[in-house]
Design a protein around this ligand. Structure first.
Ligand code: FAD
Ligand code: DLZ
Ligand code: SF4
Length: 508
């Protein structure tokens, strides 16, 4: 009796667990483009196109390799619209009575598969280096979860950048060398671009017709959609950008959207690249003397550290995690997150880049859009939905902890030691955005004051009860308390007025 082998749109790895456990001679692979997945948030059209094009090409590669693949296209008349519906339809068609799946990266889908009226096994997704059990064991009994200690454990386990039992170079972490402000010039032209072939063009036409109203520009579309292309993009990054990756990791520059970032997360997250091959390539560059230790350590830390860590948190905390709101923030997401006008140059540029590229780098996500939403008191659930929709690399297992936990502090500091908030000074130091802004970053209050300067104190003041006791926040409260009463009252008044105008739909 044959079995069905489910491959989801972010499981496009030849070594995925369900395929490894299957029998090519008798089992049938099921892949399905379905409205249930294209519509659960208003995904950026580039993200939908990337997933569907890569799915179609992966299905072709499996067929070439001898698999029987039943592939449902989004516009097939028989398409039931959901993953479970398509499994049941294919079960009836083939007579299969059992499904082999690899655990999805989202509770929503895990629960749907668990409730499917057909015997279904969800195998652990061993593309990740840390299993759920390993993370649970590591987390057990710890008062707080700190990425740094998890990362050291992962370095020891994987052997990356280790000299015996010690970290290469003597230190575990070179983060302090990774915070240089924007340089005068960038000598890397950005990620490798790929011209759409016939399959990609077909998908682009479909996405244009069905998702043309979603936020985001579909064209030009230049993402890699096969494993071979993604590997070329990896090699291009290792040679052209990795050597300087560390130095300018936190910088932001108008006109230089990618700086020395990898822009590989869209490929890693759907399975076109394996984390081991990515880290191996980085370590090989270090060993060959082609990239310095601070760059390679910084890069490997993001992958075996942060990426594995946030996944551990997502699965440890359970399905309710994305709905946390420990700071009780309730405001609606301002319209300019969806492309409406704003006079704040940092936000306008980050959102514009997001619309055009379905990409913004970490500091833009954390310290511009994330920082503003937190300061302005936006409901973390809608912030979460926005991040899940607008980035090509967004899947709940990685997006939710980054947004709800790291960026919005909505879990009360499960793994972030304090909220990532800053006034305009940080953005001014790390970017060139302020130079072209209608507001003045140096003005703290009064005419032309940068809204981040006002909202920063407003946030601290209104969250005092919850945050004053948080380690490293005490200094901020002491500075606030030292200001004279009139100035504090003026800041709060102006911040309130700004928020009211913003929520009333005025261009701010
Ligand atoms: P680089 O800066 O070049 O880093 C290299 C790789 O490290 C990335 O490709 C990625 O795989 C990994 N990485 C780096 N930082 C993180 C991190 N914090 N968590 C997990 N992996 C990391 N990343 C996603 O992959 N999907 C998301 O949906 C996502 N949402 C985010 C939301 C917010 C609010 C924030 C603050 C961060 C989010 N991140 C997310 C993490 C990070 O911003 C992206 O991984 C990174 O910007 C991807 O671009 P890159 O490939 O150029 O990364
Ligand atoms: C993101 C996405 C999209 C847009 N479309 C599909 C699809 O049509 N079929 C599919 O199998 N997967 C798709 N995906 C990826 C899934 O949403 C992803 O597997 C789950 O969110 C779990 O991470
Ligand atoms: Fe952003 Fe303020 Fe700088 Fe304008 S002045 S770009 S609002 S930080």
């Amino acid at each position: 009796m044959s079995r069905l082998v489910l491959i989801l749109g972010d499981q496009l790895s030849p070594e995925i667990a369900a395929l490894k456990a299957a029998d090519k001679a008798s089992d049938v692979v099921v892949m399905a483009e379905v409205a249930g997945e294209t519509d659960y948030v208003p995904h950026h059209p580039k993200k939908i196109a990337l997933v569907l094009a890569a799915m179609r090409k992966f299905a072709e590669a499996l067929r070439d390799d001898g698999w029987d693949v039943r592939y449902s296209q989004l516009d097939d008349t028989e398409n039931s619209g959901s993953i479970v519906g398509e499994l049941l339809r294919r079960a009836e068609e083939t007579g299969a009575s059992e499904v082999l799946a690899t655990e999805p990266g989202e509770w929503r889908l895990i629960e749907a598969l668990s409730a499917a009226p057909i015997p279904l096994r969800q195998l652990p997704d061993d593309r990740f280096l840390a299993s759920h059990e390993m993370f649970e064991t590591w987390a057990e009994g710890r008062k707080s979860l700190r990425m740094e200690y998890f990362y050291r454990e992962m370095r020891r386990r994987t052997g990356y950048l280790m000299e015996g039992d010690d970290p290469a170079g003597g230190d575990w972490n070179y983060d302090k060398e990774n915070r240089k402000p924007a340089p005068d010039e960038i000598d890397f032209g950005g990620p490798m671009q790929f011209t759409p072939d016939e399959t990609v063009e077909e998908v682009l036409t479909l996405v244009e017709a069905r998702f043309g109203e979603n936020f985001g520009d579909l064209r030009p579309f230049a993402f890699a959609t096969t494993r071979g292309q993604a590997r070329r993009a990896l090699a291009h990054f290792i040679k052209g950008a990795l050597p300087k990756f560390g130095d300018y990791q936190d910088a932001m520059m108008t006109g230089e959207r990618f700086l020395y970032h990898a822009v590989l997360s869209p490929y890693i997250n759907i399975g076109l690249l394996d984390v081991r091959e990515v880290c191996d390539a980085a370590q090989a560059a270090y060993e060959a003397g082609e990239a310095p230790l601070n760059a390679v350590e910084g890069f490997i830390r993001q992958i075996i550290g942060w990426r594995e860590f946030v996944r551990g948190v997502y699965f440890l905390e359970g399905p309710e995690y994305p709905r946390q709101n420990k700071l009780n923030q309730q405001r609606k997401l301002p319209w300019f997150y969806w492309g409406g006008e704003t006079k704040m140059a940092c936000l306008a540029k980050t959102v514009e880049q997001t619309r055009e590229e379905a990409y913004a780098h970490h500091i833009q996500r954390l310290m511009v859009t994330g920082n503003f939403a937190l300061l302005a008191g936006v409901d973390p659930a809608v912030v979460h939905e926005w991040y899940l929709a607008v980035y090509a690399d967004a899947y709940e297992w990685v997006e939710a902890p980054n947004t709800v936990g790291m960026s919005q502090f909505a879990d009360g500091g499960l793994f972030a030691s304090k909220p990532y908030v800053s006034s305009g000074a940080y953005i001014d130091r790390m970017s060139d955005y302020c130079a072209g802004c209608a507001y003045d970053v140096k003005t703290k209050v009064g005419e032309g004051a940068c809204p981040f300067n006002l909202l920063y104190w407003h946030f601290l003041d209104r969250q005092r009860e919850r945050l004053e006791g948080v380690a490293r926040m005490g200094n901020m409260y002491r500075t606030w308390d030292r200001m004279d009463d009139d100035k504090r009252a003026q800041i709060l008044r102006e911040a309130e007025a700004f928020l009211e105008r913003m929520s009333a739909g005025e261009v701010v």
